[in-house]
Design a protein around this ligand. Structure first.
Ligand code: NAP
Length: 459
């Protein structure tokens, strides 16, 4: 049985701010007839699109084609919980798939976290990527040392943005205000701090390699941190082994002549600091700005991926004017009637079937937690779609009664004066951003406010 699908952009930033959606091009909006099973997907990021793609037809291989399928309708700028309720969606559709991602972030929970100069990576990334809600962040980049807490791929993304030469950034789709601020930045040293050791870093090799090769920068590592690491590698799986070998080479091997020259001319540096946990952000004499970070020195208990960081009584203070906490994203509950596991920050599920909630499904980070690369999200979203189709086939999901689908949702939105952004509206935003980018030699120049996006989409 094949489902008809509505993709709902849950949050305004789905309007052209998502890298994946940004790649979409040319086309017209689509409509959905109300015969047959009706499925609503909440969220138009990769998880939402991959789920919809699988529900409609397995061979469709781009999000554009999915959005333009006659059996799929795209409703952007609709806030579930505000413009439309979960209950209304459940009434209108045989099934609802929740794919709204992980919009919250884990906090450090240490004193001083509120000081000026402390940011979450989520907000910092949102700022340079043009998320309307992060536009006002305007981070102060007048200090020389920045500390990033966490050693995952997001931490490395942030480190690269802070240290990359402006000439390089100019050719990316980073926003104009961020580019301006980074051109004036005085940050010349970035420390990437992990609570565990070199064998437990959470980044992947591709991202580490980009960091190692970043023009104008040199690594700053402590050789003693790598004692015994080479010996431990024999018991380690291949991806971790290759990653650690690159770390070891960067930290310990004398550079060749060319690399030495590169390092000699570098004016900026980056380094990993291991086995440290944040205890407190210390203020400057004014009491409002970040001046340093007090860290606990940890020891490791156990070995390999599962090693645990245990605080010792030893401490150290690292002077820094900028602290970016990059210790992971977190999903948030959407409605009291939808089950939510606060300890794991996910919707409890079995292969995407929400526990004890027939007709409700979940995909993406909301299903698994914020882990894995894009291929992981794709496969896990396909699994959810497969579960849904299986349930339709077996009768576990009752699709025997007729449901109005998007017709009734459209009527409710009309009544409330809400005009959703269609896929062809979204394409207008995409075209304007690309055109503006072309004029300044960038892939795109992003629109920075929802108002401007809506104006362009309705022109
Ligand atoms: P992540 O990979 O889970 O890394 C989180 C980091 O924070 C880890 O180093 C973790 O250390 C540390 N951490 C967690 N809780 C902590 C605490 N209480 N105190 C100190 N440190 C703590 O998360 P992420 O970097 O936010 O990335 C999220 C996902 O997006 C990942 O799957 C990542 O691969 C993916 N991503 C991919 C790309 C790409 O493919 N280019 C780019 C960006 C993000 P422990 O290991 O000790 O917990």
């Amino acid at each position: 049985m094949r489902a008809r699908t509505l993709l709902s952009g849950l949050k305004v930033w789905n309007l052209g701010k998502n890298t994946w959606v940004n790649r979409l091009s040319n086309g017209v909006s689509s409509s959905v007839s109300t015969h047959g099973p009706q499925v609503c997907v909440v969220g138009s990021g990769p998880a939402g699109f991959y789920t919809a793609q699988h529900l409609i037809k397995n061979v469709i291989n781009t999000f554009t084609q999915t959005a333009k399928q006659s059996r799929c309708a795209f409703y952007g700028n609709v806030n579930v919980g505000k413009d439309i309720s979960m209950e209304e969606l459940r009434q209108a559709y045989h099934a609802v798939v929740l794919s709204y991602g992980a919009e919250g972030n884990r906090t450090m929970g240490v004193p001083g976290e509120h000081l000026d100069g402390v940011y979450s990576a989520k907000d910092f990334v949102g700022w340079y990527n043009g998320l309307p809600s992060c536009r006002q962040l305007s981070p102060d980049l007048s200090c020389d040392t920045a500390v990033i807490l966490g050693q995952g791929n997001v931490a490395l993304d942030v480190a690269r943005i802070l240290l990359a030469p402006v000439q390089m950034l100019k050719k990316t789709d980073i926003t104009a205000p961020a580019l301006e601020a980074l051109a004036e930045s005085r940050v010349s040293r970035v420390l990437i701090v992990g609570r565990r050791g070199p064998l437990q870093v959470a980044c992947t090799i591709k991202e580490l390699r980009e960091m190692v090769n970043l023009p104008g920068t040199k690594p700053e590592m402590v050789a003693a941190d790598f004692e015994g690491i080479a010996e431990a590698l024999k018991d380690v799986a291949r991806p971790r082994k290759r990653l650690t070998e690159l770390l070891l080479k960067t930290a310990l091997e004398p550079p060749g002549e060319k690399e030495q020259q590169r390092r000699n001319s570098a004016r900026r540096s980056w380094g990993f600091l291991f086995c440290r946990s944040p205890l407190e952000v210390l203020p400057d004499p004014s009491g409002t700005r970040t001046a340093a970070l007090r860290l606990a020195v940890n020891k490791l208990e156990g070995s390999g991926e599962g090693a645990r960081a245990v605080l010792t009584t030893e401490e150290e203070v690292v002077p820094c004017g900028l602290v970016i906490s990059s210790i992971g994203y977190k999903s948030l509950p959407i409605d009291p009637a939808v089950p939510f596991d606060p300890s794991k920050a996910i919707i409890p599920n079995d292969m995407g079937r929400v526990t004890q909630a027939p007709g409700l499904y979940v995909s993406g980070w909301l299903k698994t937690g914020p882990t894995g690369v894009i291929a992981t999200t794709m496969n896990s979203s396909f699994d959810t779609a497969r579960s849904l189709l299986e349930d339709m086939g077996s009768g576990a999901l009752d699709v025997s009664t007729r449901k109005p689908g998007s017709d009734s949702i459209q009527a409710l939105l009309d009544q409330r004066g809400i005009k959703p952004v269609t896929f062809s509206d979204w394409e207008k935003i995409d075209q304007v951003e690309s055109r503006r980018g072309e004029a300044v030699g960038k892939p795109r120049e992003k629109l920075l406010t929802v108002e401007e996006m809506l104006e362009v989409s309705r022109a």
